[in-house]
Design a protein around this ligand. Structure first.
Ligand code: TPP
Length: 370
């Protein structure tokens, strides 16, 4: 149907809105600043710290995959390719901020203070992994897709009511942005102007479902607009773009200006999880190669090397330290008493047990005492 220019044209309107969402990049894949107006001008120490954390996280991913294959970890969702989206967004946060992670967001909560041994225990399904130390403002990673979005809206509202100058930051994937909880969460925070930062790591796939089949929206970022939230799409392989978007979102939130929404366009190199997913069944190695050229660690290394802030021996040092820390943490996790079935029951039900669980509890108590 021909559109009439004299009246409101919803088709044209949609096109115009979508065209506004240009992906923001500051550091290109060759490690060059391409948008100097937005350069956050991090100090040399901050740049080195950010790089060290990303390298640590890449090593943690490799070691976690290997530990999972040896049967020494349980659930594991690989993170390689998403270091800029995860670590550079976290880099813009403060200790008093709360993180509500999804199952792939273990690196951010470790850098926020959760001991690595706890993350390993969480992976094994051990209850000690879900006991968060006092003063570490993180939730255990959410398995229910999108549920952390409504929880983050609630945590942000709580902070607002208590007059805290802090934010609640939550992460989900492109698939998560199709969930009811996602829309409820952003709408609620938008309505109350709560200090929340909603991040969608658009890693192109929800298990095997490609981003293109997930939604008709041209960008995930535009979904925030419907909730009246400032929204941006950034190059999620560019640590500086992700950092600046999160830093600005945090500034607005603590100034009382409400929530923000960030889509980071990135890629997951590995399988969805270690539970049997085979990415070769739904994507080509050509696509993998294209994305590997954009690698966040490689581009940041180039940037830092050109500034004389990074070299092979510095990287080797960080890798060595990462391996030692991981070894110590897995040893600590191994040293925690094995979880008993009775633990599971009594922790879940602190009050009177239902009769069937009472029966099972007695059976296992008897078995465990032998
Ligand atoms: C409510 C709910 N539905 C379905 C699942 C099963 N499931 C686990 S991961 C996943 C895909 C999520 O993809 P995305 O949000 O893009 O995040 P990614 O894994 O790519 O980081 C699904 C459907 C679930 N965990 N929770």
């Amino acid at each position: 149907m021909a559109s009439n220019n004299n009246i409101f044209d919803p088709v044209k309107n949609l096109k115009e809105i979508e065209e506004k969402f240009e992906m923001v990049q500051i550091l290109n894949e060759n490690g060059e600043i391409v948008n100097s107006d937005l350069d956050p001008q991090l100090s040399d120490e901050e740049l080195v710290e950010l790089m060290s954390r990303m390298v640590f996280t890449r090593i943690l991913d490799q070691r976690s995959i290997s530990l999972n294959r040896q049967g020494r970890l349980g659930f594991y969702a690989p993170t390689a390719g998403q270091e800029a989206s995860q670590i550079a967004s976290h880099f813009a946060l403060e200790k008093e901020d709360f993180i509500l992670p999804g199952y792939r967001d273990v690196p951010q909560i470790i850098w926020h203070g959760l001991p690595l041994s706890k993350a390993f225990l969480w992976s094994r399904g051990h209850f000690v992994g879900g006991q968060i130390p006092e003063g570490v403002n993180v939730f255990p990673p959410q398995i229910i897709i999108g549920a952390q979005y409504v929880q983050a809206a609630g945590v942000a509202l709580g902070m607002q009511k208590r007059g805290k100058k802090a934010v609640a930051v939550t992460y989900t994937g492109d698939g998560g942005s199709s969930q009811g909880d996602f829309y409820e969460g952003i709408n609620f925070a938008g309505a109350y102007k709560s200090p929340a930062i909603f991040i969608v790591q658009n890693n192109q796939f929800a298990i095997s479902t490609p981003r293109e089949s997930q939604t008709s929206a041209t960008t995930i970022a535009q979904k925030g607009i419907a909730a009246g939230i400032p929204s941006i799409q950034v190059d999620g392989m560019d640590p500086l773009a992700v950092y600046v978007a999160t830093r600005d979102a945090r500034k607005r939130a603590v100034a009382g200006e409400g929530p923000s929404f960030i889509e980071t366009v990135c890629y997951r190199y590995g399988p969805h999880t270690m539970a049997g997913d085979d990415p070769t069944r739904y994507r080509t190695t050509d696509t993998d190669t294209e994305w590997e050229k954009k690698d966040p660690v490689v581009r940041f290394r180039k940037y830092l090397e050109a500034k004389g802030l990074w070299n092979e021996s510095k990287e080797a040092e960080v890798i060595e330290q990462a391996k030692e820390d991981i070894k110590a943490a897995i040893k600590e996790a191994d040293g925690v008493e094995k979880q008993k079935v009775t633990d599971l029951i009594s922790i879940m039900h602190t009050d009177e047990l239902p009769y069937n669980l009472k029966e099972q509890y007695e059976i296992y108590k008897e078995k465990e005492s032998k």
